[in-house]
Structures are given as structure tokens and as C-alpha cells.
Design a binder for this molecule. Structure first.
Ligand SMILES: *[C@@H]1O[C@H](CO)[C@@H](O)[C@H](O)[C@H]1NC(C)=O
Ligand SMILES: *[C@@H]1O[C@H](CO)[C@@H](O)[C@H](O)[C@H]1NC(C)=O
Ligand SMILES: *[C@@H]1O[C@H](CO)[C@@H](O)[C@H](O)[C@H]1NC(C)=O
Ligand SMILES: *[C@@H]1O[C@H](CO)[C@@H](O)[C@H](O)[C@H]1NC(C)=O
Length: 373
């Protein structure tokens, strides 16, 4: 960031007049839209965060340190500074790389209840200690999107229930990647009445059993998309069974970037939800089309599998939009050359590192639902 001449700083609160040599942890763009802070310095200049006060998108990295020092004042009644929080333009916030006491998380969400924050991302956080008792009414922010990646909680499987108590209902998109526990305490969990997208991608140890534990029955009545990229899924049939137990009826199911295999002979059959009209089975190492898919689909994506011959009509559901690109029977080289708009060059469409592509794929989904693009 270009530093303002010091005489200009005379017009500003003295707290902003930091020494010339100190590396500025926060940077805000010229439009005051995006503000990024990285507090890795052993003695970070926390006050630099004031620069973000009028930004719409704020990303704060804590350098892995403990934020315990901010506990002082965590019990202040947020009504005292409600007007200030209400005035913030903040819509998207990312908090990453820190150890945070659960009490602080709760205080923080309570304060954000006065803000117009829509999207919250928590990443690489270790949440320590017990959560304070829940508020009497939902006081937190009215988020539309909540994303967590690699967040651990001292309270194990109860974490989602506790976090939920600090949010107003109305959450539409929930992304949970690299979770430490997805075995939720379903009896305590409240319904997510408006949740349309549940994305549990990048949980390679989840599998069908883990999915059954995570999909608390009847808690996701509005679900439209279930996204399970790189989630240790083995068969579409297993996912069908988990969905039936949970009573979810999505329109779209994404099982891409899993190592799928054919359903074992004698495995229990399953009735797919009638609503389901789109299944993504791309990058799944399939040598044949799995049996027992829904009889009729609008979209079936079988891109980048290992199909050695064209599937016969009786092996496929009735599909209006079928993608088979990147299968060996279509291009024996295993590469399907196409323009990549990002790199403006010719790249193989089916990369061989399923995991790496899975990770970036999740980012794409997140950006799409988050309205970044
Ligand atoms: C923060 O700064 C540290 C040290 O300069 C660097 O290693 C790290 O990658 C930075 N983090 C981000 C997210 O930019
Ligand atoms: C997950 O977060 C912890 C901090 O809570 C960090 O130490 C670790 O490196 C992160 N893991 C990954 C894979 O990023
Ligand atoms: C299926 O998933 C792949 C990779 O995860 C993605 O690139 C593709 O756009 C998806 N297809 C559909 C039809 O959504
Ligand atoms: C097929 O489905 C994909 C993903 O939903 C969509 O982007 C594409 O436009 C569809 N193609 C046709 C021909 O309908």
C-alpha cells in the first residue's frame, strides 16, 4: 500500500500514525471494497485493521496465534456499539488461521448480529473451550452463506448445534470442508428451514457412513443441492440410502472426484428422490455406468471417467443432457484438449490429480454460490 504523507495523517486519529518501518498488516484497495490483513508479525499492529472499517469484503489472517488477549471486553453488551456495527458496509468476512476461545466466537457473532454481513468464512481455526450458554433468542448475523474449512471445535459433534444458536435462521448455503467432526448430535440440532445447498466436499474420510451421521433426518427440508466432491463416497447407491434415511430430496447431487465403484451385487436397492434431476459423476474413475441410477434425469455428467466403450442405452437413465467427454472410448490419449480461459492456452481437461482438482473445484462452487463471479 502506498503510504500517505505524514502531514495528512494529522487529520486522522493518532492510532493510525504507525512508524514508517513497520510492515503494514492490512491493505485496502482503492475502492475501499476489499481489505486484507495478515497478522503474522510476532507483535502485530492490530490497529491497522481500522483501515477495513468501510470495506465490503474483509479477510483477516491471524498468523496462527491465540486470540485470547481479546477476551477482555468479550462480555461487553454489544448494544453499546450497535450503531457503529450497523454502519459497516461489511458483507463478506473471512477469519483464518488462529486459535479462538469459543466465548470469543460467540461474542463476535452476537456483535455481528447488528451488521449486514451475508457471508462468513472460517478457515484453519482451532476453537477452544466450552461455548457459553445459548442466547434467549437468535441474535447473531442473518447469514446466507457459512463456510468452514479445517475448523476444529473442543465440543466435538455438538459444534454445529452450538454455532447454529448464534445465527439467525435463514442460512441458505452451508459449506463444511476438512471437518474434524461431522458426526452431529442430531437430537439437539435445529432444523435449517431455508438451507438449499449443503456442501460437504473435501472430507475424504466421510464416506457413506459418515454421510448418514452428518445428514440429520428432517433437518434439511429445503435442500436442493447436495455436493459431495472428494468425500470418500464409494457408490451412488450408498448415497441414495443415506438420503432416504435423512428424508432429503435434492434436485442436484454432485459426486464428482470420488473413487466410485460398481454397486456390489446383492446390495440393498434404493428409491431415489423424485426431485432428483441432475447427477454429477465426473472424475470418478468409473469403468462402467453404475447400476441403479434414477430412471430419468435431465443432466448426467460422466466426464473424465474410464469408460472404454460407449454406454449402451439400456445402461443409462433417460437423460436429456449427457456429458461423456474425456473418456477413453472417445479419446484414447486420455486427454481432451480445450481452451482454458484462465490460462489462455491448451490444457488437458481431465487432470489426473483428482484431489487437487477436487479442491479447486470446491472453490469454484463456493464462488458461484457466493456470487463472487
Ligand atoms: C501471511 O504472511 C506470512 C509471512 O509473511 C506468509 O508466510 C503467509 O503466506 C501470509 N498469509 C497469507 C494468507 O497471505
Ligand atoms: C488446519 O488448521 C490448523 C490450525 O487450527 C493448522 O495448524 C493446520 O495446518 C491446518 N491444516 C491444513 C491442512 O491446512
Ligand atoms: C461436475 O463436476 C465437475 C468437477 O467437479 C465440474 O467441472 C462440472 O462442471 C460439473 N458438471 C455439472 C453438469 O455440474
Ligand atoms: C447441460 O447441463 C449443464 C449443467 O447444468 C448446462 O450448463 C448446459 O447448458 C446443459 N446443456 C444443454 C444442451 O442443455
Amino acid at each position: 500500500m502506498v503510504r500517505a504523507p505524514c502531514w495528512l495523517l494529522l487529520l486522522l486519529p493518532p492510532v493510525l500514525c504507525v512508524s514508517e518501518t513497520a510492515l503494514e498488516p492490512c491493505e485496502v484497495d482503492d475502492e475501499d471494497f476489499r481489505c486484507f490483513c495478515n497478522f503474522t508479525d510476532p507483535e502485530p499492529e492490530w490497529s491497522s485493521a481500522f483501515q477495513c472499517v468501510s470495506a465490503v469484503e474483509v479477510e483477516i489472517h491471524g498468523g496462527g496465534r491465540s486470540l485470547e488477549q481479546f477476551l477482555k471486553g468479550a462480555d461487553t453488551d454489544p448494544k453499546q456499539y450497535a450503531d457503529m456495527v450497523k454502519a459497516l458496509r461489511l458483507r463478506r468476512l473471512t477469519v483464518a488461521s488462529a486459535q479462538v476461545p469459543a466465548v470469543l466466537v460467540a461474542a463476535f457473532l452476537r456483535a455481528l448480529g447488528y451488521s449486514r454481513l451475508k457471508e462468513l468464512t472460517l478457515q484453519d481455526l482451532e476453537v477452544t473451550g466450552a461455548t457459553p450458554p445459548p442466547p434467549r433468542e437468535a441474535t447473531g448475523p442473518a447469514l446466507s452463506t457459512l463456510s468452514l474449512r479445517n475448523v476444529s471445535w473442543a465440543t466435538g459433534g455438538a459444534w454445529l448445534t452450538e454455532l447454529q444458536q448464534w445465527l439467525k435462521p435463514g442460512l441458505k448455503v452451508l459449506n463444511i470442508a476438512q471437518a474434524h467432526s461431522l458426526a452431529f448430535s442430531c437430537a439437539q440440532l435445529s432444523t435449517f428451514p431455508a438451507l438449499t445447498t449443503l456442501d460437504l466436499s473435501d472430507n475424504p474420510r466421510l464416506g457413506e457412513r459418515g454421510l448418514t451421521a452428518a445428514l440429520c433426518p428432517h433437518k434439511f427440508p429445503a435442500l436442493q443441492a447436495l455436493v459431495l466432491r472428494n468425500a470418500g463416497i464409494e457408490t451412488p447407491n450408498g448415497v441414495c440410502l443415506a438420503m432416504a434415511v435423512a428424508g432429503v430430496q435434492p434436485h442436484h447431487l454432485d459426486l464428482s472426484h470420488n473413487s466410485l465403484r460398481a454397486t456390489a451385487p446383492g446390495a440393498p436397492g434404493c428409491v431415489w428422490p423424485k426431485t432428483l434431476n441432475s447427477i454429477n459423476l465426473s472424475f470418478a474413475g468409473l469403468e462402467q455406468v453404475p447400476k441403479g441410477l434414477p430412471a430419468r434425469l435431465s443432466v448426467l455428467d460422466l466426464r473424465c471417467n474410464k469408460l472404454n466403450r460407449e454406454p449402451r442405452p439400456e445402461e443409462l437413465p433417460k437423460v436429456s443432457n449427457l456429458t461423456l467427454d474425456g473418456n477413453p472410448f472417445l479419446d484414447p490419449e486420455g486427454f481432451n484438449y480445450q481452451e482454458d480461459p484462465m490460462k489462455s492456452g491448451v490444457v488437458p481437461a481431465c487432470a489426473h490429480s483428482a484431489l487437487a482438482v477436487g479442491m479447486s473445484g470446491t472453490l469454484v462452487v463456493f464462488q458461484r454460490v457466493g456470487g463472487f463471479t
